[in-house]
Design a protein around this ligand. Structure first.
Ligand SMILES: Cc1cc2nc3c(=O)[nH]c(=O)nc-3n(C[C@H](O)[C@H](O)[C@H](O)COP(=O)(O)O)c2cc1C
Length: 326
């Protein structure tokens, strides 16, 4: 049944997804979050280690449904302080043959105030990571104040913040990963967030020396972890996606794994208590297992929801629960 989604245009499938999600979670959802590899970090309890990535539920509209599907946690956003529309023109495409997604959305957001209201009215009990970004009309020079606006509005409902400085779809955003800019932004957000952990989401298009610099700047600024990685502007040779925008899915997997391994190597013994979240090209139970074995604390998916459908979380839970009995 889910495979019929393939025949819908990408934009229509995306717009219908919340309706499908409600129906599916009512019919096939679980009462209790499946437990596998449960753990606690900074007082947050994760019944399991698989959740949705930034961009899946930008405005926190479906938290109860994610819980029913079996997510161990949810990352909402990217949220911008003021509401904004998506980029004009085509913003989403799928390559079913290669299990890749392309997007050029540019942070469509209901804005921090509306997202805060949505969070307040939801009945979920999952850890919530709130991914924040800047409005596209704000220059990098004024970015810090813009990020702080969202922190102020969302701080009473976030279990942790994720600073998004890695989307390719907001002009010059990724320059905020540069050492000085990142140190300034991270320190300011950490100070404003007070006791709430702040995590950085990085781009797979950094060179390994840039990755090292970003990690060092983040650490100096007081970050509590890293999400590796956002989408890439690189394209495999037989790819029909436009050259602008970001690619996710299968062909991001190798880069995402390299960045996880490199981050662990760079952090060395300073990794203690930091949270490492692996995302990018996780499309099967085996992929989830591989990321955890490589050293990720948590794993996230976006493309798997498109290519495998909403039953993915329960499928993974069954595999891990069976394995723990053997
Ligand atoms: C349509 C689409 C929208 C996305 N929107 C966001 C976003 O708003 N914020 C963000 O941090 N990442 C966003 N991402 C990136 C994902 O969070 C994730 O890093 C990327 O898709 C790689 O994971 P995947 O291979 O499982 O899809 C988006 C990805 C896609 C495909």
């Amino acid at each position: 049944m889910y495979s019929l989604v393939k025949y819908l245009p990408a934009g229509l499938a995306h717009d219908l997804a919340p309706v499908g999600l409600r129906i599916y979670s009512d019919l096939c959802g679980v009462q209790k979050t499946p437990e596998w590899q449960s753990f606690t970090w900074r007082g947050l309890h994760f019944a399991n280690r698989l959740g949705i990535a930034g961009g899946v539920d930008k405005d926190a509209e479906n938290l109860d449904q994610w819980q029913k599907l079996g997510c161990g946690f949810v990352e909402i956003g990217t949220v911008t302080p003021k509401p904004q529309r998506p980029n004009p023109g085509r913003i989403l495409a799928r390559d079913w043959e290669h299990s890749n997604l392309w997007n050029k959305m540019g942070f469509p957001s209901a804005g921090a105030k509306e997202v805060a209201t949505n969070l307040l009215h939801s009945e979920h009990s999952l850890p919530i990571f709130v991914n924040i970004g800047k409005n596209r009309n704000i220059s990098n020079e004024l970015a810090t104040a813009n990020y702080l606006e969202s922190v102020e509005v969302l701080k009473s409902s976030a279990d942790a913040f994720i600073i998004n400085v890695s989307s390719p779809n907001t002009k010059d955003l990724r320059e905020l990963q540069n050492k000085d800019a990142l140190l300034q932004l991270t320190s300011a957000v950490v100070a404003k967030a007070e006791k709430i952990p702040v995590i950085l989401k990085l781009s797979p298009d950094l060179s390994l020396s840039q990755l090292q610099e970003s990690i060092e700047a983040g650490m100096q600024g007081g970050t509590s972890g890293f999400v590796l990685t956002n989408t890439t502007t690189h394209r495999p040779s037989d790819c029909f996606f436009p050259l602008d925008g970001g690619l996710a899915g299968k062909d991001l997997a190798a880069k995402s794994k390299t960045f996880l391994k490199e981050t662990i190597r760079i952090l060395g013994t300073s990794r203690q208590n930091l949270l490492l979240i692996s995302v990018g090209g996780v499309l099967s139970e085996k992929d989830v297992q591989e990321r955890l074995e490589l050293g990720a604390d948590l794993v996230e998916v976006y493309s798997a929801l498109v290519f495998q459908g909403p039953g993915f979380f329960q499928k993974v839970a069954t595999t891990f629960q069976k394995a723990s009995l053997q």
